[in-house]
Design a protein around this ligand. Sequence first.
Ligand code: ADP
Ligand code: MG
Length: 616
Amino acid sequence: MADIIQLLPDHVANQIAAGEVVQRPASVVKELLENAIDAGAKTIKLIVKDAGKTLIQVIDDGKGMSVTDARLSFERHATSKIRTADDLFQLNTKGFRGEALASIAAIAHVELKTKQEQDDVGTTIVIEGSEVTSQEVVVTPKGTSVSVKNLFFNIPARRNFLKSNTVELRHIIDEFHRVALVHCDINFVMYNNGSETFNLPISNFRQRIVNIFGNKTNEKLVPVEEDTEVLKISGFVGKPEFAKKTRGEQYFFVNNRFIKSAYLNHAIASAFEGLLRSGTHASYFLNLKVDPQTIDINIHPTKTEIKFDDEHTLYALLRSAVKHSLGQFNIAPVLDFERDASLDTPYNFNKKETNTPSIDIDRSFNPFREDIKVSGRQTTAFKPTVNNWESLYIGLESNENNDPNSFREVQFESEESTASIFDSDNPVAQVQTTYQLHNKYIVSTIKSGMLVIDQHRAHQRILYEDFLKNMTIKEGVSQQLLFPLQLHFSVQEIQILNKLKDDLEHTGFVFSNVLKESLEITGVPISVPESEVSIILEQLISDVENEVPDAHFSATDLLAKSMAKSLAIKTGQSLERDEQEHLVNKLFACKEPNVSPTNKITFITMSVDELDKKFI
Ligand code: ADP
Ligand code: MG
């Protein structure tokens, strides 16, 4: 039989290898920025169009390349950064594999322009799918410019796999942050679709953090410094009271390289133990310097994970350094988690009457706010969608003599109304129709057996339908704030909020004075406590940024989901009996009571038969 093994042609091998290095536009950005840093640039410009799908260009003023090097730089395993395997343990460059340019050129249209300081003219090379299509002499400033167009043009599957521009741009900005944060001695500029998104002047680390994340960040930072034989730590942690719901602002840099480490992250989390509200995460920006001999950065192709010789010591040092800083800056005693939210509201505002227009369900329903109960005294009609819950309560005797209309005008603040839903001839039993189990589930009797409701999910469903309705019929009810609320965000966050502004206003938010890094809120939806506003918006921004899949993306839906998630009563919250009953009633008045907005079951039922079987 004939031989069948062949060597793959170079361009195919390159394409395969490229898959390792280039997963998405952000990977290209990372590689090009790192090359510019390795070239000793003082100013680096990043230009992207359509989230990098159309163009990614990096221009630097670094040392440039000779004609021969320019051509060689696109060969696989061509690098100027290491010569022997031993050099791997003395690395002070970002790159060392010599794969990036070869990989990128295999799957895109690349144009390189480069010139060294001492030369009069430079070199330009155009290379498409690993084929050099032209190489010429060019007049160009000192340094290098690499532009990458039509990424994955020859791998349609990869191109189709890319996420929406919002998501891909988010990844690019993340990479940009990671690189720019740890190189504050370099001026970074980023343009997105022709407009300048970042311009980060040469500065110190603190200023760089502030320039990236907004002026509000400054007051949140607590310095961390530690200098030992094995490890030098410098940087900042965020004050616990500013901890975020998302893990967005967590950065470790080891020898100027961004890394991810669940283990070291745990060290920080444990230093913050007892200081953070549940569900929030500390921010940190920490530079660790260790002897390059004691780490191996080579274990992951995209180089964000690294292996330390002595992880345990690093863990202990890091934890104690952060603890020390938090203590030294007197952070702990200032905290007061048991704050009474009503103290935040001016007393004359507490009693303020809101004008509730007549609507067919009580959109102000929020069982956890005393002041809502006051406004709830107004006769708010409650019309359950009979079809939905009918099946559950089928055959129940109604105190209203089975008149179907009696369901139509239930005053749901009163006990009589709930009595009509729950089966009993005995008035005492009426009051005992719901129980709360472990501050998590609401248990209730139904004709066929019992009903168990997940309180958090159920409330999410109720709020979600409420918000969605307000947004689509565009008549969210707003409560005017006595004092406008000033909130600070980063430039990108403001851009996201701006896009959602119309929808937010339909829910009842009123914005004024939207500036580059801050905005004022003069009105909020009546179901939203003032103290929750910033958390809701923060959650919303993070949901938009992480939104997947994109195909079914609807801003309105996402907003309703996000707000419902933020505002829904939590597991662990104890509910009064009438609050439990409201929740049950409201849930079964929903269009889709069976599932939460994220499609999780909201309740289960268990029939007497099923229970009987368990007692056999
Ligand atoms: P690596 O960075 O791992 O060496 P690359 O494929 O990224 O591999 O780059 C190959 C070589 O091309 C580098 O080693 C460097 O000598 C040269 N090079 C790439 N980008 C630049 C740049 N912006 N300025 C100067 N030289 C560069
Ligand atoms: Mg490189």
